[in-house]
Design a protein around this ligand. Structure first.
Ligand code: 4AD
Ligand code: MG
Length: 483
């Protein structure tokens, strides 16, 4: 009888005969010996086949294996021969890879990222479950907007207008009045019309909500939460993170206390000398890097011309592609820096922090930063008005360090019926759809608050990925819906 094992389980079968089932990652033959690198989802394993008389058939079969052919290995049983697998070891651009997302999954880097995602999701659930939070699933079809009308996806709901959830917050607010500490965790939808490295139209968000909590207490919960999930991922995936090229030391210092600054202080930072210096230094280093890359590219192109062996040509093509991509990204960044300098220097108190402003503040800190007390005009209607300065709300954004920017948005919620009603009016929202939400302020209203953490942005930060598109199995962005 055949004993099947996965590559991960092989160490439990030393000295025994087992069969592996998987896909051919690559093969290499040299004289009387052949190597088949097999991938089975749990790992990679190099299998060896010798050209012995009694193994002549197996050796011949191994020579036939193509990239991604499915195969069972004790002797060697071909399950299906893959012909012309599109993602070859030669270099491919990201557009090509995104069009082949269903196959791109199989590459080592994507494999690692999605495994880390699975751990992150598990860490989120476990942390909250162990801390006494009750999971409350919130609806995806909604009659009301949670986060402003500009990013709503409308759907036809039996001839009525409905919207895809931008947040589960309003519903978890009502649930926390029943259970005390609750959270929802699911997909959320925003019609983001811009293509940026931080925005998806469909993303996963976890939203804890706590009754009888003030702003500082909510921030404390967010701080513990982020420390807990980063620690778990580091614990389970240190090698994977290193494989991705992540500087693990900068994750190790994600320990309490994080920085807490007000929005007004953040504005001072943007106007200050450190922000200016940071961008000026950037300009110098990046221009130098472009020059260095151009020299390197000349050399690479020269050596590609003289490469004889196929693997040398493939390697050269890969290196050239990587250097070109890096150079064009740097050129784009250098083009943007003067604009970002201007935005920071001329930032006016009262506007919302933009992506480049967040990047500056987060780069000037080695740990996450909570930015609190934004002007109420730029924030959502449900945020609690600061009783000491009614121009502000009691909210916070948590900016991840190293330039990753906002990964959490949260606030104390307005618990006073009259103030909330006037805020709904100020935002020119219709009252009727929010009557149920106003009930929470009519019947036993208490101070409460919570926050939302975006899974994909958090994963991009933890893995050190410059773009959000690789952090979700099937990314949805403007202009991207297929597969
Ligand atoms: O700051 P946001 O909009 O906050 C809310 O939705 C609140 N209702 C949360 C709450 O208080 N319960 O979004 C929260 C987080 C952001 O910090 C970001 O991580 C993520 O959700 N996010 C996005 N991620 C990817 N693509 C987008 N378009 C995102 N918009 C928000
Ligand atoms: Mg936000």
């Amino acid at each position: 009888m055949t004993t099947y094992a996965t590559i991960e389980q092989l160490c439990d079968h030393v000295g025994q005969e087992v069969t592996l089932r998987g896909w051919t990652y690559k093969t290499r033959f040299s004289g009387k010996i052949g190597f088949v690198v097999l991938r089975d989802g749990t790992g990679l394993c190099q299998c060896v086949v010798e050209k012995l008389d009694e193994l002549a058939e197996v050796f011949a079969a191994a020579k036939e294996l193509t990239q991604e052919s499915s195969v069972e290995i004790t002797g060697l049983k071909l399950v299906q021969k893959a012909v012309d697998y599109p993602i070859t070891p030669k270099a491919h651009g990201v557009d090509f890879l995104m069009k082949h997302r269903h196959l791109w999954f199989r590459s080592q880097r994507q494999h690692v990222i999605l495994r880390i995602r699975a751990t992150l999701v598990d860490a989120i659930r476990q942390h909250l479950n162990k801390s006494g939070f009750i999971l409350i699933d919130t609806p995806i079809f909604n009659g009301t907007a949670g986060e402003g009308h500009s990013t709503l996806f409308g759907v036809d709901y039996f001839d009525e207008k409905a919207y895809l959830a931008q947040t589960g917050q309003l519903h978890v607010e009502s649930a926390c009045m029943a259970h005390g500490k609750v959270y929802c965790f699911g997909p959320t939808f925003r019609a983001e019309k811009s293509k940026t490295r931080r925005h998806l139209t469909e993303f996963w968000m976890v939203e804890p909500e706590i009754a009888y909590a003030n702003l500082d207490e909510v921030i404390d919960v967010a701080e513990d939460f982020v420390c807990g999930i980063v620690e778990r991922v580091l614990n389970d995936h240190r090698e994977d993170l290193e494989f991705l090229g992540r500087d693990v030391a900068s994750l190790e210092c994600i320990k309490k206390p994080f920085y807490r600054i007000t929005y007004s202080h953040a504005v001072d930072i943007l106007h200050g000398p450190k922000a200016k210096q940071l961008l000026e230094d950037d300009l110098t280093t990046k221009k130098q890097a472009i020059t260095d890359l151009s020299t390197k590219l000349d050399e690479l192109e020269e050596s590609a011309k003289t490469a004889r062996k196929k693997w040398q040509q493939e390697k050269a093509a890969q290196d050239i592609q990587a250097a070109r991509t890096e150079r064009s990204e740097l050129e784009e960044q250098v083009g943007n820096i003067p604009h970002h300098m201007e935005l920071a220097a001329n930032f006016e108190w009262g506007s919302d922090l933009g992506g480049s402003d967040e990047t500056i503040i987060s780069r000037l800190h080695d740990k996450p930063v909570f930015v609190t007390h934004y002007p109420k005009e730029v924030k959502a209607f449900y945020m609690r008005v600061d009783r000491e300065n009614d121009k502000l709300v009691e909210n916070f954004d948590m900016l991840a360090p190293e330039g990753f920017g906002e990964v959490i948005g949260g606030s104390a919620r307005e618990e006073d019926y009259d103030i909330l009603l006037s805020r709904i009016h100020d935002h020119k929202l219709p009252i009727e759809p929010y009557e149920w939400y106003l009930d929470l302020r009519r019947y036993g209203s208490v101070p409460h608050g919570g926050f939302g953490l975006g899974v994909e942005r958090t994963l991009a930060w933890i893995c050190g990925l410059p773009h959000i598109r690789e952090t979700i199995p099937y990314p949805r962005m403007m202009g991207k819906i297929e597969i």
